[in-house]
Design a protein around this ligand. Structure first.
Ligand code: DX5
Ligand code: ZN
Length: 233
């Protein structure tokens, strides 16, 4: 996985048919997604429960692109090894999930995986300043984590702009997670984001029998940001 700041769309399978993950993943990849975003929730750090390492391992076989695992769990350290073994390419932990995020990021990198740091909307990006050299990705949450289909929080756009300036030349991706659609995508790309997670905006209206809808939904996002002078590059 070489580093580049070109636009990447990472559909969140939280909005896919849970009874059909393998085929759903094959459909979004065939329709041209860049990464596959996997939302792990523990019913404690966030008020929702999804799935754990066994499910990640099972779907890994269907992923040809990049398996981007977003851990919304606390504690996180005891589970890093299991998600690495399940085949994650990127493991993202929340700054708010524990007191020792520096150690957590080191532990992720020690497994040979890329390390991501996620920030809730209530956390100023400055809190990540001394951690950037340990990060391959910073995920700026543009909703409060826990559910798909929520409304984009516009005040996060300025946070993205600040974070982009803080990152400078470091090979660190800025990922946006929550409420991304063709209206909001240009705001964050212009501010410096290069990875767009999108759940409802990609899966809405489609199915494994109508995968072209997924393709059209992703094209709508790409079209909305095309030609923008991106601060990411
Ligand atoms: C929220 C998750 C997101 C979510 C995005 O806690 O981390 O990945 O599924 O869904 P949409 O794009 O529908 O806001
Ligand atoms: Zn997510």
């Amino acid at each position: 996985m070489s580093f580049d700041r070109s636009l990447k769309i990472a559909p969140s399978i939280l909005s896919a048919d849970f009874a059909n993950f393998g085929k759903e993943i094959e459909a979004i990849e065939a329709e041209g997604c860049d990464w596959v975003h996997v939302d792990v929730m523990d019913g404690h750090f966030v008020p929702n429960l999804t799935f754990g390492p066994p499910l990640c391992k099972a779907i890994r076989k269907h992923i040809r692109t990049v398996m981007d695992v977003h851990l919304m769990i606390a504690p996180v350290d005891p589970y890093i090894e299991a998600f690495a073994e399940a085949g994650a390419d990127i493991i993202t932990a929340h700054l708010e999930a524990g007191l020792h995020t520096h150690r957590t990021l080191q532990a992720i990198r020690a497994t040979g995986k890329k390390a991501g740091l996620a920030l809730n909307p209530g956390t100023p990006v400055e809190a990540a300043a001394s951690l950037l050299d340990l990060c391959d990705l910073v995920c700026v949450m543009t909703v409060n984590p826990g559910f798909g289909g929520q409304k984009f929080i516009h005040t996060q756009v300025e946070q993205v702009r600040k974070l982009r300036a803080m990152i400078g030349d470091r090979p660190v991706h800025i990922e946006i997670d929550g409420g991304v659609d063709p209206t909001t995508a240009p705001l964050v790309v212009e501010a410096g984001a290069d990875v767009l997670v999108a759940g409802s905006a990609v899966f809405k209206g489609g199915s494994v029998d109508q995968p072209n809808v997924y393709g059209a939904n992703m094209t709508a996002i790409r079209f909305a940001v095309a030609g923008l002078k991106s601060a990411a590059e």
